[in-house]
Design a protein around this ligand. Structure first.
Ligand code: ADP
Ligand code: ASP
Ligand code: MG
Length: 404
């Protein structure tokens, strides 16, 4: 049996009407003879509401309980979508992440998939049922429910497509595919018809939230191609796969904007080997991913260090650092500030010089100040003040001729 996996994100299932529309879309695939496995997110806004409700009771709730709470959002959608399918005479059955055999490891709220056994999914599909699986969730070896980090339903879909050796994996969302920049920030951004895992990964990890980073990582590791497309139109979307020809000769293929970054400053750090290492060891132990780093030249034996972390990790990072410094380790926690990170990404950068010059020049011409810089083989990122984030994105997009 040929199986397809379809994933519908939060805005695609936002209300009853949209859930009914999704059901009709699923029926099209069923009528074409496919076994259809659907992965759904919580309705748009529901995960945030659940988190807010938790925080109204306790400022820093237990991560185990928070995971238990957040998984409710997806569970509402699986049941509602099955009901919508039943009303149009499509046999369907819902499954939670743990019923689908999605086994996880690692921290709550950012667990990884260890294995997907698939539970009885194949049996249900063979029996002619559409199976609707709750995204974003699995179960660890203690039997606790865990989640995969925000946007994690993408990961559920890709992993299940791998397990079921699906003929196709379609990520349905509220834009028509992957664009050269977030179309909500850059109105003349273009849809990319195909993109390599490598570039998609770099865009996602730089803040293009159209795909969750870990989902792309998983797809790349296990070579599971997928398509990002709109649930509101019939147009084909963006294929994400191993080898892509058309983009190889392009210098820059996209610009990513990350508005969820906080710059943490450490002052009065002893200017000696091991002091900075100790700070980053503390971050690693707290499960905080550090991105851009700057250390200034030491003066009178003391140095300043700043680095960026995802906003959701900022509190944990600060708490761990405060404890570290209170323990008599040299250094002081400075003021944290929000920043926006704008990145240009392209495999073409490997063999071309001058990308940084073009990027920085374009920002300078618009009077946009760069606070931090970081680079990788196929990416250049700058941190700017939040008020300049959108403008910096448009300027970069224009500077590399990416517009329509
Ligand atoms: P879903 O709820 O379907 O998972 P998301 O909100 O997670 O959808 O992702 C879709 C959003 O990603 C779009 O609405 C768009 O604003 C944003 N986005 C950011 N960068 C890009 C990009 N390069 N191409 C397309 N969309 C992007
Ligand atoms: N509902 C989760 C979130 O809002 C997972 C997802 O939508 O993919 O992050
Ligand atoms: Mg998403």
């Amino acid at each position: 049996m040929n199986v397809v996996v379809q994933k519908y994100g939060g805005t695609s299932v936002a209300d009853v009407d949209r859930i009914k529309k999704v059901a009709r879309r699923v029926k099209l695939a069923v009528d074409s003879g496919y076994g259809v496995l659907v992965v759904v997110s919580a309705r748009a806004g529901v995960t945030n509401q659940l988190i807010e409700r938790a925080k109204a009771i306790q400022k820093n709730p237990s991560e185990r309980e928070l995971d238990m709470l957040m998984t409710c959002g997806e569970q509402e959608t699986i049941a509602l979508l099955c009901m919508a399918l039943h009303t149009i005479k499509v046999p369907a059955i819902s499954r939670t992440g743990w019923q689908a055999g999605i086994q996880t490891e690692g921290l709550h709220a950012k667990s990884r998939i260890r294995e997907v056994t698939g539970g009885d999914l194949r049996k249900q599909l063979r029996a002619g049922n559409v199976v609707v699986v709750a995204g974003f969730q699995g179960v660890n070896d203690k039997g606790d429910v865990t989640t995969f980090g925000r946007g994690g339903s993408d990961l559920s879909a890709i992993a299940l497509a791998g397990t079921l050796r699906a003929k196709g994996c379609q990520i349905f969302t509220d834009v028509e595919g992957v664009y050269t920049a977030d179309p909500r920030i850059v109105p003349d951004a273009r849809k990319i018809s195909e993109i390599s895992y490598e570039e998609m990964l770099e865009l996602a990890s730089s803040g293009s939230k159209v795909m969750q980073t870990r989902a792309v990582e998983f797809a790349q590791k296990h070579n599971i191609p997928f398509e990002v497309r709109s649930s509101f139109s019939k147009k084909s979307g963006t294929m994400v796969k191993k080898k892509v020809k058309s983009l190889e000769d392009m210098l820059v293929s996209g610009v990513a904007t990350d508005k969820n970054q906080v710059r943490i400053s450490v002052t009065e750090l002893p200017d000696r080997p091991g002091a900075a290492a100790a700070v980053f060891k503390v971050m690693a132990e707290a499960g905080v991913v550090v991105d851009m780093i700057i250390q200034n030249v030491g003066r009178q034996g003391l140095a300043n260090l700043s680095f960026t972390v995802p906003s959701e990790d900022a509190f944990r990072a600060e708490k761990a650092l405060k404890e570290h410094f209170a323990d008599g380790n040299g250094g002081k926690l400075g003021k944290s500030t929000n920043i926006v990170k704008v990145s240009v990404v392209g495999v073409g950068m490997r063999s071309h010089s001058g990308v940084a010059a073009t990027f920085f020049d374009a920002l300078a011409n618009e009077g946009i100040n760069m606070l931090m810089i970081s680079t990788s083989e196929i990416k250049i990122s700058v941190a700017v003040e939040p008020k300049s984030g959108d403008e910096a994105t448009r300027v970069a997009h224009q500077a590399f001729g990416l517009g329509k």
